[in-house]
Design a protein around this ligand. Structure first.
Ligand code: SER
Length: 921
């Protein structure tokens, strides 16, 4: 049989299922839609999660796909084994309440043997511990009992993906690669089976029989409709069919390895294979993730991508890459995948830029970090310890940017264990205290020190040279700062922006050769710009000339948010009036916050108008002009000054077309179009007479909507499930059919048409929010009425009340007490009781959350025998500390003292008995 390429295998699989009436569905984004708890798309079933649980209407009941997946749970073994990848493509066929075990097994065997070309005699299968049915089907298809293994929950129960969703027992297909592939013991005995850790059996197809829905507490509920979720790793299938040793030797991945061979001038060999495999795997993961809008970052998803780039950088050193190199292969790798994933080619320029910036960022401290780690490992070993401490790992993380998992991997190579708990504790401590202590430290450092004027170079550039004018250590001016010391550096000129005008200070590095100072914050005191931070290596002395490098991507986000703040100020003054004065502002990389004088809360209409005004000014792409003017000149321009701010003789005026003119020393975009788009997240009041707007600009808008729609999707799905389980058919009309944009669509729409898209997404998210709110209250009402209908007509309840009857001869008195029933339900029940017999007096009570209620009714004949329901209720309600009354044959009431309900009902019964037996006149 001809050796099939990865691309051919993919086509054979999808066509096979297409012929079996499956809809061919495109891969979804690596950023899962509607699942905020799931970091990445980890399996083909992720995009179909709601189809399995029945949370949405089904567009089809059979589907097949080839899904981009990212799994980083086994990151440290990736590159070291034959078959692990972080990024991979997963082939799958799915049934949503359509076929089940029999066909799923039939398809798996038929497709793999008769279409992909696997040798049936070498196929082994596993079934779940007690799944006799699956075993029987396999036997029927000609797989003999000795090639069927039963495995337990650990191996043969899959899901859910994320913290809840469909899951179930599975059955897997393995290929026997021959005893010689087994570990030494296995090969000798020849008795190992699937489930053994050795390489003899390789799993290539997993069929999950979805039978349960796991809730967020981990409880399993049977699914209303069973389903099938199969996963077959494309790279693994290719490894087996192409007869190669590892996934990295299959045609496409081998091509990437060749690119790295060419770039490094080193041949891929037994000795260096791990490094080649790591960079090959990671470049794919990083490319596909960034292209799906998951950018390297400090936390969450972005942090995983940062880790991958850093790990690739580290292994790249083993191939002599000392400079950024990953970005150089972007175009070649895209070439392989662009037909299947056209989004890659569309984003190639920004992909390269992002990867390069991230590589550069890490390379700045990598050498130093590696020296430090070496020293720390030696220190640990020479003190006779085998545990690398959490505090040391934290130092590497905080100062040199080494992800903890990477440190763990490096120290493991040196035979040391890693103190994970210790690291987490350090991290937690840092979160709690660092801000406070840093602030305190800073203030004391600054007090009373006066240094010379620093010239600011950062309007036009994020890097530059400067000479050290002053150094400070522990509140004192010092001639030098040494490795490990935290202190402050003042230069004669610097591109670092000091906190001011709301904009937070820059971070980055000052360096001269191997002498490196990490800048954690920049502040201004009098005319000096002060860099606060720590000497990572070497020594600094006054007079030295340094290279100053600001962290560029962070500065970019600051520029978007600062220019966005000016436009917002312009919008407020234009739309609300000149009484709007700036009362405070924060410009951070994550968001902007603007406080201003205005007496009343903004209406939705006003918020929309303000947002549109800003977006319109962005779209007009005004040139951002800055001028240094004498204060009197500046005032003549009509520029807005910030209330309470002190200005010198000369001020800087920033103008954005006719949208805004302000006094401002901050850093800005050069054209408003660069901001991209603006979105108001929240409007509130920081105190009387003032309002506060929190908003985001540029990439932060994309992230905000991606998160918002994911949360809404999840909320809708949970609500639909609740309605289905509580109301069944009755709730059908309440179910919400949701059409929300996925993460990719959000990004693309915003990039194409920012202003309109922001309004559209805002409207859409608000209307879904409203719909969820209304549906929740309607479903509560429906549930109540269903419950009361059930209650009134429930024959067990009716029988039970009858069994309480007190027969006085002339009449029967029925009485009962319930929990949480409204008076209408009690009346309904009384009616259903009274149709059964004549001469009935019904006394019903309900104990509710805050009170108790009583309903008393009787057959009409009893009113002529002295019964007056109104009087009975009145007396009962007095016992409850409340009021009640009504007609002779029907009355109701209640009171707060629900603890007296038993005695109130009992007294009514006694009273009626006396009346009916004539024992009382
Ligand atoms: N969800 C299962 C897996 O990932 C089958 O697709 O293995």
């Amino acid at each position: 049989m001809k050796r099939q390429s990865v691309s051919e295998i993919r086509e054979i699989f999808l066509n096979y299922f297409k012929d079996k009436a499956h809809s061919v569905v495109s891969s979804s984004s690596l950023l899962p839609a509607g699942d905020p708890t799931l970091l990445f798309t980890t399996a083909g079933m992720v995009q179909f999660k709601p189809f399995f649980t029945g949370a949405v209407e089904l567009p089809y009941t059979r589907a097949t796909s080839c899904q981009k997946c990212l799994r980083t749970t086994d990151l440290e073994v990736v590159g070291r084994t034959e078959r692990h990848c972080t990024f991979f493509e997963m082939l799958g066929n799915f049934s949503f309440g359509d076929y089940f075990k029999e066909e799923a097994i039939e398809y798996a065997l038929d497709c793999s043997v008769n279409h992909l070309g696997f040798d049936k005699e070498k196929i082994w299968v596993t079934v779940y511990t007690d799944d006799d049915e699956a075993e029987k089907i396999w036997l029927g298809k000609g797989i003999p009992k000795e090639r069927i293994t039963r495995l337990g929950k650990k191996d043969n129960f899959w899901g859910p993906a994320g913290d809840s969703g469909a899951c179930g027992p599975c059955s897997e297909l393995y290929l026997d690669r021959g005893v010689e592939k087994g570990g030494p013991d296995c090969a000798k005995s020849g008795t190992c089976k699937p489930g053994c850790d050795c390489d003899r059996f390789l799993e290539f197809w997993n069929i999950v029989f979805n039978q349960f829905n796991q809730d967020t507490e981990g409880n399993l509920h049977p699914l209303k409709q069973t389903g099938i979720d199969t996963g077959s790793g494309l790279e693994r299938v290719a490894l087996l069919l192409q007869g190669v040793d590892s996934v990295y030797d299959t045609d496409e991945l081998r091509k990437i390895i060749s690119f790295f061979e060419e770039l490094s001038g080193i041949t891929y060999s037994q000795e260096n294979k791990t490094a080649f495999r790591v960079v090959t795997d990671h470049i794919r993961s990083v490319l596909f993730s960034i292209s799906d809008g998951i950018y390297p970052d400090r936390t969450g998803r972005g942090y995983v991508i940062r880790r991958l780039i850093r790990r690739a950088t580290l292994f790249g050193r083993k191939l002599n890459f000392k400079e950024p190199f990953l970005y150089k292969l972007v175009d070649q790798v895209i070439e392989i995948y662009k037909v299947r994933y056209p989004e890659l080619a569309k984003n190639s320029a920004s992909l390269k830029k992002t990867i390069l910036a991230e590589e550069e960022l890490f390379l700045k401290t990598l050498e130093l970090g590696l020296e430090k780690i070496e020293a720390l490992v030696q220190k640990t070993k020479s003190s006779g310890k085998t545990l690398f401490s959490g505090a040391d790992a934290f130092l590497l993380y905080g100062t040199y940017g080494f992800p903890a998992e990477m440190t763990e991997e490096i120290v493991a190579e040196q035979g040391l264990d890693f103190d994970k708990t210790g690291f987490q504790e350090e991290l937690e401590k840092d979160r709690q205290f660092s801000r406070e202590s840093w602030k305190a430290n800073k203030i004391s450092l600054m007090t009373g020190q006066s240094a010379d004027k620093t010239e600011f170079l950062g309007y036009d550039s994020v890097s530059g040279k400067g000479n050290i004018a002053h150094l400070f250590y522990e509140n004192r001016s010092v001639p030098s700062l040494k490795e490990g010391q935290s202190g402050a550096v003042v230069l004669n000129q610097t591109p670092f922006y000091p906190e001011g005008g709301g904009q937070v200070g820059d971070i980055g590095f000052l360096r001269q050769g191997k002498n490196v100072f990490k800048v954690l914050d920049t502040q201004k005191e009098n005319d000096s710009i002060i860099h606060f931070g720590e000497v990572l290596s070497g020594e600094f002395t006054t007079g030295q000339e340094l290279d100053a490098e600001v962290e560029q991507t962070r500065r970019e986000r600051l520029r978007f948010h600062h220019s966005g703040t000016h436009l917002l100020n312009g919008a407020l003054r234009n739309l609300l009036g000149d009484h709007v004065l700036q009362k405070g502002s924060i410009v951070s990389p994550e968001y902007l916050r603007f406080d201003f004088s205005h007496s009343s809360a903004l209406t939705n209409e006003e918020i929309r108008k303000i947002e549109s005004w800003v977006n319109e000014s962005i779209r007009k792409d005004f040139l951002v002009e800055t001028k240094e003017l004498a204060i009197d000149e500046a005032k003549k321009t009509g520029a807005v000054a910030t209330f309470g701010e002190k200005y010198g003789e000369k001020v800087r005026v920033v103008q954005m077309g006719d949208a805004s003119v302000e006094f401002c020393g901050g850093t800005h975009v050069s054209h408003t179009g660069e901001i991209g788009y603006f979105f108001i997240k929240k409007e509130s009041s920081p105190g009387a007479g003032n309002r506060r707007i929190e908003g985001v600009c540029g990439p932060a808008v994309i992230e905000t909507f991606q998160n918002r729609f994911a949360e809404l999707t999840e909320a809708v799905q949970n609500l639909n499930l609740k309605i289905k389980s509580e109301l069944g058919e009755e709730g059908k009309n309440l179910l919400i059919t949701l059409k929300v944009p996925g993460p990719d669509e959000i990004r693309e729409t915003l990039e194409k048409d920012g202003a309109t898209a922001v309004t559209f997404f805002r409207d859409l998210s608000e209307s879904i929010d409203l719909q969820v709110e209304e549906t929740t209250s309607l479903s509560l009402k429906a549930k109540k009425s269903l419950e009361s209908r059930d209650f009134e007509n429930n024959s067990a309840v009716i029988e039970k009340v009858f069994s309480s009857a007190v027969d006085t001869g002339a009449a029967k008195i029925l009485f009962a007490i319930f929990e949480d029933k409204d008076p209408n339900s009690l009346k309904g029940l009384s009616d259903n009781l009274k149709v059964r017999e004549k001469n009935l007096l019904v006394i019903l009570g309900s104990r509710n959350a805050d009170n108790a209620s009583v309903v008393i009714t009787c057959s009409s004949e009893l009113t002529s025998k002295g019964i007056h329901c109104g009087n009975l209720v009145k007396a009962a309600c007095e016992t409850l500390g409340g009021k009640g009354g009504g007609k002779p044959d029907m009355a109701q009431g209640g009171g707060k003292e629900k603890q007296n309900l038993d005695s109130a009902i009992q007294s009514a019964v006694d009273e009626a008995k006396q009346i009916l037996t004539g024992e009382r006149v």
